[in-house]
Every structure is written in structure tokens, then in C-alpha cells.
Design a protein around this ligand. Structure first.
Ligand SMILES: Cc1cc2nc3c(=O)[nH]c(=O)nc-3n(C[C@H](O)[C@H](O)[C@H](O)COP(=O)(O)OP(=O)(O)OC[C@H]3O[C@@H](n4cnc5c(N)ncnc54)[C@H](O)[C@@H]3O)c2cc1C
Length: 268
């Protein structure tokens, strides 16, 4: 069988690898000038820079963990983010460390009581009609104001009062002193970056990789020439925006090189 895979990110590369292992010929086309999709990493100044944002590999499946460990050695990184609210540092996801810093509470019962007190003040009679009301109804006013509002409005490019309530159905809150962002038992970042994983996945003589090649530049011919197409790009674009444009959350990266040993104190 002949396959066309559009996109050389983690999904496209794993698919191509597995298809080739089963004797299929796979052409991978990638519109960027490099493989790897959003997990692409590149060494700059001795640091593996995650060019499209930091990526932590995490899974609850031992099978997936063993699979990915064939291609790289992982470090023991545990994602424990911190939020900087006008110079005040808070632990995320919301947990007892966060609540202690916010209110000075020490026990789970005290933290729960504080959240309940703030929810009660809201006088919740009707279902929340926007994201702001929804978030406040889940975690109270302080957590919303300091740790949800700014982040959410920046990512969505819209006011929280203009965003629909359903975006936040639940907000994970932990009543333990646990800063680990993920619940998965397997977690880490590959030493030497992610690109090596993609390179190895695509390293098969049955796989032909073409970068700087956009599917939409020659879509009709691709669909004619390949009996099976795996598309990993934007799904609304694939359907010619027939049902309108999806509202993607987006990020703008501004890069800077600082002449310091450790700027953010995330890891030595
Ligand atoms: C800032 C950020 C941080 C993240 N952090 C994490 C994390 O810590 N842990 C985690 O598990 N996940 C994380 N994710 C999610 C993770 O990046 C994705 O789930 C994963 O990389 C998706 O892989 P993919 O192969 O499906 O898509 P992508 O990596 O997006 O690959 C799709 C590829 O298709 C190409 N393409 C698109 N359209 C075309 C076209 N028309 N023609 C040719 N090529 C095309 C693109 O250029 C791209 O290379 C994060 C995502 C972002 C944005």
C-alpha cells in the first residue's frame, strides 16, 4: 500500500514508521523547512531549545513509555509550573502550596472553606453565562483573578466575559502539597531533544520525506496519486472552511538570548 502522510510531527512520524515496518511505502510531506512539527528542538548556545514551546512527554501507558524510550534517553523532569502574578509567585496546578501563598491556609479543610466562602459571596443563582462566571463559580474570586483571568485572556485573545462558559468545565484543584502538573506516572524530556526521535522514526528506506512541500499547493494530484492520505494539519483548512474557521488558541514566540547562567531558575 502507498501512503501519503501530510505533516512530519509526532503523529505523522509514528504513523509513517509503523506503516513502513509493515512493508508499506510512505511519502511524508511537510510544509515547514524541518521535520518534527511542534516538538521540533534545536541546539542553541548549548541548550536544546523547544522551538514551538516547551514539551514534556507524559503518559500513563508503560507501552508508550517503552516505545518512545527506544529513540532517546529521558531525564527525570517533573513539570511543576509557577505563575508570576505581578511579581508574586504561585504554584500551579492549584494546590495547597498555591492556597497557602494566597490565603495562609495550611490544611485542606481550611482551603476548601475559603473557596466555599468565595463561591457563596457570588450568590450563584443562575448557570454561569461566560467563562469568568464559570471559573469563579468553580474556584472563587481570588484564584480566578490572579491565576486564570490574565492567562486565559492572553491565550484566547478575548475578554473572559466574552468567552463561552463551556471552555472551562472543570478546574483541577488539589488539596495536597503536590506541584506536579501531570497525573501520569511516566514523565520526562528527552536528553538531546525531540528531533532525534522524529529522525529515527523517519529513517526507513520505505519512507520518503519532503520538507517545504505544502499539501494544498497540489492537493488534487496528491488525492489522485495516493490511495491513502493521513492528514495531520488544520482540519478546518482540509475541509475548505466549509463550516467556518475554528478558533484556535495561539502563541507568539519572542526569542532572546540572555548572558546569564540560569534566567528562570527552572532547572540547573
Ligand atoms: C506550546 C505548546 C506546548 C505543548 N506542550 C505539550 C507538552 O508539554 N506535552 C504534550 O504531550 N503535548 C504538548 N503540546 C501538544 C503537542 O505539541 C501536540 O499534541 C503534538 O505535537 C501534535 O503532534 P502532531 O503530529 O499531531 O501535530 P504537529 O506537531 O502540529 O505536526 C503537524 C505538522 O503538519 C505540518 N502541516 C500542516 N499543514 C500542512 C500542509 N498543508 N502541508 C504539509 N504539512 C503541513 C505542520 O507544519 C506540522 O509540522 C503542546 C503544544 C503546544 C503548541
Amino acid at each position: 500500500m502507498e501512503y501519503l502522510v501530510v505533516g512530519s510531527g509526532l503523529f505523522g512520524a509514528v504513523f509513517a514508521n509503523e506503516a513502513a515496518k509493515r512493508g508499506n511505502h510512505v511519502t511524508v510531506i511537510e510544509k515547514r523547512d524541518h521535520i518534527g512539527g511542534n516538538i521540533y528542538t534545536k541546539p542553541i548556545e548549548g541548550i536544546q531549545v523547544h522551538m514551538y514551546g516547551a514539551h514534556i512527554f507524559h503518559t500513563r501507558s508503560k507501552k508508550i513509555w517503552d516505545y518512545v524510550n527506544q529513540f532517546a534517553q529521558f531525564n527525570n523532569y517533573i513539570n511543576s509550573p509557577i505563575a508570576n502574578y505581578h511579581g508574586e509567585i504561585y504554584n500551579l496546578p492549584f494546590n495547597m502550596n498555591t492556597f497557602n501563598k494566597l490565603w495562609g491556609v495550611i490544611t485542606p479543610a481550611q482551603a476548601q472553606a475559603k473557596i466555599e466562602e468565595q463561591r457563596a459571596e457570588l450568590n450563584l443563582m443562575k448557570p454561569p453565562k461566560n467563562l469568568e462566571e464559570q471559573a469563579k463559580s468553580l474556584v472563587g474570586t481570588d484564584v480566578y483573578k490572579k491565576l486564570i483571568k490574565g492567562y486565559t485572556e492572553k491565550q484566547w485573545g478575548a475578554k473572559a466575559t466574552e468567552l463561552p462558559a463551556f471552555i472551562i468545565r472543570r478546574i483541577p484543584v488539589r488539596f495536597t502539597y503536590d506541584n506536579n502538573y501531570f497525573n501520569d506516572p511516566y514523565q520526562g524530556i528527552p536528553i538531546g531533544g525531540y528531533t532525534q526521535i522524529i529522525e529515527q522514526l523517519l529513517d526507513n528506506k520505505l519512507i520518503d520525506v519532503r520538507t517545504e512541500t505544502d499539501f494544498f499547493a497540489d492537493r488534487a494530484n496528491y488525492l489522485k496519486d495516493y490511495p491513502r492520505v493521513v492528514f495531520t494539519g488544520m482540519i478546518d483548512q482540509f475541509f475548505d472552511y466549509e463550516l467556518g474557521e475554528l478558533s484556535y488558541r495561539s502563541l507568539r514566540f519572542e526569542t532572546e538570548i540572555k548572558d546569564v547562567d540560569n534566567y528562570q531558575a527552572t532547572r540547573s
